[in-house]
Design a protein around this ligand. Structure first.
Ligand code: UDX
Length: 472
């Protein structure tokens, strides 16, 4: 047989948080495991994806699936998760046609969490089918467990506010489960339950974690006794897959400023692709940063209760445009030590820079991995989705973060608490263990990806073998 490479079709749902890990998976399949990859992106233009690639990957092609108008299909107040799911569903016919139009038929289809309905296309076209949980094993466990929840568990967890017990895994504290998520009448819950039923129908489940990060949960997912139905499907921890610093990063003013700061002296503050705070919370955060007397970079967005200012979206305004949302005189007083960046900053480059010593983060899983692989300790400030679970894991289990005392989404965290948390991770003796531990995790993640014996490398090799077998 003439040098046949396995061909994987990857499907990424809308949003940078999903596209980034799926793209990183594609890059690893091509670079280390001899794959040819076609990456299908939904509602993201090819040039955005190409710009994330930074350099050409000859065996990785990006195909844009046309945007479908879903406005007539959903309630305009539906959650973003529901919108993504409906969008993915409506894209299936064009995915099918696009796969059929490829010169070489793909061996396998790998979809992210929101793409499991595409399994039907994989089955029809005789492809292996995998799902990539771009978050933690713990999140995967809750996803698969949700459909089995009965009335008594629901009463115990929702009415009595007891932690949600997942067999063999850490329990999820009431405050850290996904809120509306367990409301049986909520559309997000209904869709999520469906995903939890469909995931174990895959030929394998990939996760953006690694064996040494979540050994107990990964063990539970593999244990027939604990999560019965899942045992039939192999689980593959393949992380940490995170966006690397590109080879040709343009020097911008943020990185130039960072370059002039002392080693590990700057705390970076950012809430992911689109996270926002209330006006009151922004005021307290500004004061907390100022009082901590630490250097900072803060990605500022209009507050959630005051997003009417279109002018703020003009990046050319620079940090001055942000002053109207900040305490009077804040920019002037902190000019020597801080940098306010409107809307978006080169996060990966900031976290990889030696001057960065801490990250106040919403705990999106990409941000979390970017912090860990650069050995940067965190203040965990979750906002939505599975971010509360991520925050709980980072603080209580891994010991690489500190967290405001009660859920930051339910109250305004005071300036005094913020000042204390910032000092703790940046300089206090008390934060020493946290700083040490995150550096150990950084090495653990690097080890998992090594091509000689790395557990995540080995996981992807197993998938590659499976795909090669099905070629013959
Ligand atoms: C969403 C979910 O809410 C999250 O919990 C889930 O794990 C993934 O999807 P999102 O807000 O996209 O999260 O956050 P995250 O996963 O952290 O991804 C954001 C990406 O955007 C990161 O790669 C980050 O480096 C990048 N980013 C964000 C920037 O480059 N600059 C910014 O200013 C903000």
């Amino acid at each position: 047989m003439q040098n046949a490479k396995p061909h994987a079709a990857l499907l990424a749902s809308p949003g940078m948080g999903h596209l980034i890990p799926v793209l990183e998976l594609g890059k690893r399949l091509v670079t280390y495991h001899g794959f040819h990859v076609t990456l299908f992106v939904v509602a993201t233009d090819v040039s955005t994806t190409q710009s994330l690639l930074e350099e050409p990957y000859p065996n990785l092609n990006v195909v844009n699936l046309p945007l479908v108008d879903i406005s007539g299909l959903i309630d305009p107040t539906a959650t973003i998760v529901t919108k993504i799911i409906v969008m993915m569903r409506e894209t299936l016919p064009s995915l099918r046609s696009a796969i059929l139009a490829l010169k070489s038929p793909p061996t396998a289809l790998i979809v992210d969490l929101f793409g499991t309905e595409a399994f039907a296309v994989a089955e029809e076209l005789n492809m292996l089918k995998y799902v990539f949980d771009t978050s933690t094993a713990w999140f995967l466990a809750i996803t698969i467990y949700v459909p089995t929840i009965d009335k008594s568990v629901e009463d115990e967890h929702i009415i009595q506010k007891q932690p949600l017990r997942i067999p063999g895994c850490k329990s999820v504290p009431f405050d850290d489960t996904l809120g509306a998520f367990l409301d049986r009448n909520d559309q997000t819950f209904i869709e999520f339950k469906r995903i939890g039923i469909e995931m174990p129908m895959a030929d394998g489940i990939l996760m953006n974690t690694w064996e040494d990060l979540e050994p107990t949960t990964i063990g539970a997912l593999r244990d027939f006794q604990m999560l019965g139905r899942v045992a039939k499907v192999p689980v593959y921890p393949i992380g940490p897959l995170a966006r690397p610093v590109g080879p040709s990063v343009p020097r911008n003013h943020v990185l130039n400023w960072l370059q002039k700061q002392p080693n590990e002296s700057v705390i970076y503050v950012s809430f992911g692709s689109g996270g926002t705070l209330s006006s009151d919370q922004m005021t307290e955060l500004a004061w907390g940063l100022e009082l901590s007397k630490q250097r900072f970079i803060w990605v500022v967005r209009p507050p959630i209760d005051n997003d009417a200012s279109g002018a703020f979206f003009n990046l050319a305004d620079g940090s001055e445009g942000a002053q109207k949302f900040l305490p009077e005189g804040f920019l002037a007083r902190t000019r020597e030590v801080g940098l306010v960046v409107p809307m978006w900053a080169p996060q990966v480059e900031i976290l990889a820079h030696p001057s960065t010593g801490g990250f106040l983060s919403h705990c999106g899983w990409n941000s979390t991995l970017e912090s860990i692989i650069n050995g940067v300790p965190m203040i965990a400030w979750p906002l939505y989705a599975e971010q509360n679970m991520n925050a709980a894991m980072l603080t209580e289990e891994l010991g690489v973060a500190v967290r405001p005392k009660t859920s930051a989404s339910e109250r305004v965290v005071s300036r005094a608490e913020i000042e204390m948390l910032v000092r703790k991770i940046m300089e206090d003796e008390e934060g020493f263990e946290i700083r040490k531990r995150v550096k150990e995790l950084k090495y653990s993640g690097e080890k998992a990806l090594r091509s000689k014996g790395g557990s995540s490398y080995n996981s992807l090799s197993q998938i590659a073998k499976h795909c090669e077998h099905s070629l013959h």
